[in-house]
Design a protein around this ligand. Sequence first.
Ligand code: CMP
Length: 138
Amino acid sequence: MVERTLGIIKPDAVSAGHTGRILAMIEEARFRIAGMKMVRLRTEQARGFYDVHRSKPFFPNLVSFMTEGPIVVLVLEHEDAIRRWRDVMGATNPTNAAEGTIRKKFGTNIERNCVHGSDSPETAAVEVAFFFSAAELL
Ligand code: CMP
């Protein structure tokens, strides 16, 4: 089934100049980019986006990291897009990520792991709507 997932190129990767290479890997994996924009999250937006992690010890660091600079948000379309994008990204901790994955190539550590992806169809719907109106998805 053709699905949509939300991808984010995080502030570490954007500021390091990896945006183009990550987009190339996305296109090489044959995703169709249905939406794309560069934004800078304000603190309250980052707290809202990561609300499920609010009680975790890493939450304050996560919010300050995600607001430190611009991010690129993407809606990626493909058969089984949610699982496929997670495979292309690699494990959350770049140390454990497989060779050839985005996090292996460009991630620094579990906190600065260069990309985000939705983890379920329910989360994907919420996360896509967080950044994009229906009219912005082409
Ligand atoms: P992401 O896929 O964006 O979803 C939650 C983020 O929290 C995760 O990537 C990591 O960047 C960040 N994070 C920081 N520390 C941890 C941790 N110990 N376990 C899981 N996620 C963490």
